[in-house]
Design a protein around this ligand. Structure first.
Ligand SMILES: *[C@@H]1O[C@H](CO)[C@@H](O)[C@H](O)[C@H]1NC(C)=O
Ligand SMILES: *[C@@H]1O[C@H](CO)[C@@H](O)[C@H](O)[C@H]1NC(C)=O
Ligand SMILES: *[C@@H]1O[C@H](CO)[C@@H](O)[C@H](O)[C@H]1NC(C)=O
Ligand SMILES: *[C@@H]1O[C@H](CO)[C@@H](O)[C@H](O)[C@H]1NC(C)=O
Ligand SMILES: *[C@@H]1O[C@H](CO)[C@@H](O)[C@H](O)[C@H]1NC(C)=O
Ligand SMILES: *[C@@H]1O[C@H](CO)[C@@H](O)[C@H](O)[C@H]1NC(C)=O
Ligand SMILES: *[C@@H]1O[C@H](CO)[C@@H](O)[C@H](O)[C@H]1NC(C)=O
Ligand SMILES: *[C@@H]1O[C@H](CO)[C@@H](O)[C@H](O)[C@H]1NC(C)=O
Length: 580
């Protein structure tokens, strides 16, 4: 009896654990969640500079010059929903020699203001800055997001973009009075730190910085890696580690990249020190392009030329660059242009406070961060088409309803349309995409004999080519261009499916294994919590039966037998899961 009580106790713990795991705050839309996770997994072998992310500026959530801690709850929400870039304006306060978030200096009497939130007039603008909104507070919000998602299943890579600015004054006879008003006090210096590396010190163990990059480069030059695609990307002008390497071998979660330095030169200005240079990227250590909407339109026009050849795509794939497009209050992103920017490889940073969330023909302006996210998030993906992957209740059927034509149906395979990827019925016959094994932007569309996803085998692509899928913005773009040039007809199969575990998309044919088998099944399990007690009883009976009838070793032998069989099968077919 004791044993049964113990087992019941264990089960209740298990259920509690899986439930708390499944209900992440803010992450409510399963389609978006699955799209984000699968796109990340597919991109894992690709260098981090080739992968676009989406994000927002911190100043856009401090509406009307109100800098307070309440607004930061929106940052937490958006991080949980999958925002991967945060642009932060840091102000060097020349009166106090502190990096702070408020664009105005705090007067000495600030702390006597109601709620610690003085109204400050600076350069003809009125700011309301909370003394509690310290840089450490923002770093804590980001760090707690990172630690709460630091598992193989959830980990992603964040880009922290920094604009350096000055709170500047000219020192002269007339400004002595000014210096007295803004003289540092314990309250006004506790809003930030006196160096950049101290400002980001809270998350330093997660930062992928110049010193990490240099270590990696010297390691790579020593040992030539075997993976074909890695070796293709290793020909780039600056060697960048892949997403897998950064997340799962270096255990880094973010980089801090100073994208602009508008500090005003004076005797009280900040000098960048060695510690900063080891931790933070500056434009001379990391090529970064930030574009306005106008510049991005020009850039995309050049990239999206329909006759672009392999040489242009390889040039894009091999020139190391982080590329961002940042909008403004006067020219915000629209639903129409956002997808175009992602398509040509840019990472959009939302910097305005109001967006049109209506469909393409009518205008509904919204400043509500969640509403804007709902409207724009489906367009963030270079891979999935908006609204995909559709999560269906019944993805398989044995009979299509018509008794004469009994046919299998399985909505578990992914095909390409000109607007992105869609989930479709694996039994449909489509053309399919073959990729040059050593040159990922080189595609061949197999048009002659259409096949079902299950039928496509190793021998169906010509020598040197594999049935495959694009893993980055530019690989996707080169595939779309190849379809045009070779007169392919959509839909076209790419090698991606969730046959083994629902919503766990993997490449490597129908037998590819989900790397998160346990996590995903336990989450599904948590969603069917209602019949859990029934499962409990069944499992209990099974455990008891096993206790009674167990014969040692047989179980283990069989396991080994199947493992060997599977391994032989994989070896024979040269399959590999995502991530490898
Ligand atoms: C601080 O002092 C300035 C004048 O030096 C005054 O205008 C302002 O109202 C004071 N603020 C508070 C919160 O006392
Ligand atoms: C502030 O406004 C006044 C008059 O409105 C103007 O003379 C002055 O140049 C402005 N100062 C700044 C820094 O913009
Ligand atoms: C500053 O004050 C000194 C005397 O106190 C005077 O000689 C000098 O001209 C002043 N400079 C300016 C720029 O006003
Ligand atoms: C940064 O400043 C805050 C507030 O003054 C302080 O608590 C923290 O220890 C400082 N961090 C470092 C690394 O010095
Ligand atoms: C890409 O092309 C540009 C000029 O068009 C050239 O300067 C650059 O070196 C090329 N990069 C690579 C990696 O081939
Ligand atoms: C941020 O969140 C608060 C509630 O926590 C909300 O009142 C506020 O409107 C949000 N800010 C924006 C810009 O949506
Ligand atoms: C989830 O997001 C997709 C777009 O990716 C949208 O079509 C769908 O309506 C959303 N579902 C809910 C419940 O909001
Ligand atoms: C694959 O790409 C490489 C490098 O561009 C090229 O040398 C090779 O000929 C291509 N393979 C085939 C079968 O076309």
């Amino acid at each position: 009896m004791n044993l049964i009580i113990k087992i019941f106790y264990l089960f209740s713990l298990l259920i509690k654990y899986t439930l708390s795991d499944a209900i992440l705050p803010g992450a409510s839309n399963e389609t978006l969640e699955v799209a984000l996770r699968s796109q990340r997994d597919i991109s894992k072998p690709i260098p981090i500079d080739q992968l676009s992310v989406s994000g927002l500026s911190l100043s856009s959530i401090f509406e009307n010059n109100v800098y307070n801690t309440e607004s930061l709850s929106n940052l937490t929400t958006l991080l949980n929903k999958g925002t991967q870039a945060i642009m932060i304006d840091l102000y060097w306060n020349e009166f106090t020699s502190i990096w702070q978030l408020c664009p105005a200096p705090f007067p000495q009497n600030s702390s006597s203001a109601i709620n610690n939130t003085p109204s400050i007039i600076w350069n003809n603008q009125t700011y309301s800055c909370d003394l509690e909104l310290t840089t450490d507070y923002v770093m804590e919000v980001i760090t707690s997001y990172i630690t709460s998602t630091n598992t193989d299943y959830q980990a992603n890579f964040l880009h922290i973009l920094v604009n350096l600015k000055s709170i500047h004054y000219e020192k002269s006879n007339q400004t002595i009075e000014l210096e007295n008003i803004y003289k540092p006090t314990p309250e006004t210096t506790s809003v930030g730190n006196s160096t950049l590396s101290e400002t980001f010190a809270l998350m330093s163990s997660y930062i992928f910085g110049p010193s990490t990059l240099n270590d990696y480069r010297s390691k790579v030059q020593e040992e030539e890696e075997n993976h074909e695609f890695v070796s293709f990307y290793n020909r780039s002008d600056i060697i960048m580690p892949s997403l897998t390497t950064v997340l799962l071998s270096e255990y880094k979660r973010l980089m801090v990249n100073v994208i602009s330095d508008e500090t005003i030169d004076s005797r009280r200005s900040y000098t960048i020190n060695e510690l900063d240079k080891n931790m933070i990227f500056f434009n001379d250590t990391l090529p970064t392009n930030t574009m306005s909407i106008l510049e991005a339109d020009d850039y995309c026009k050049q990239v999206l030329v329909p006759t672009n050849g392999l040489r242009q795509f390889n040039n894009l794939s091999l020139s190391t660059h982080f590329r961002y497009v940042i909008d403004s209050k006067s020219v915000p992103f629209t639903l129409k242009n956002i997808r175009r920017y992602v398509r040509c490889g840019l990472s959009p940073i939302f910097n305005s406070t109001t967006y049109n969330v209506g469909n393409l023909s009518n205008t509904i302006n919204s400043s509500d961060i969640e509403q804007v996210y709902q409207a724009y998030a489906p367009y963030y993906f270079w891979s999935w088409s908006p609204g995909q992957p559709e999560i269906m209740e019944n993805t398989t059927r044995n009979n299509s309803g018509d008794p004469d034509e009994s046919r299998n149906v399985a909505y578990k395979c992914v095909y390409l349309q000109n607007d992105g990827w869609h989930v479709g019925d694996c039994y449909e016959r489509f053309e399919f995409a073959c990729q040059n094994k050593t040159s990922p932007n080189d595609w061949l569309i197999q048009k002659e004999n259409k096949k079902t996803y299950f039928e496509i085998g190793k021998e169906d692509c010509p020598d040197g080519f594999n049935f495959s899928l694009p893993r980055s913005n530019i690989e996707m773009l080169s595939l779309l261009t190849a379809v045009d040039l070779q007169n392919g007809t959509y839909p076209i199969w790419i090698d991606l499916n969730d046959i083994t575990i629902a919503t766990c998309y993997v490449s490597g044919g129908p037998y590819a294994q989900c790397p998160y088998q346990r996590t995903v099944t336990s989450q599904r399990f948590a969603r069917m919590i209602a019949p859990a007690s029934v499962i409990c009883i069944i499992v209990l009976i099974l455990i008891l039966l096993e206790k009674i009838f167990r014969k040692n070793h047989i179980q283990a032998n069989r396991k080994r037998y199947w493992k060997k069989k599977l391994n032989d099968y994989y070896k024979l077919n040269d399959y590999e899961g995502v991530p490898s």
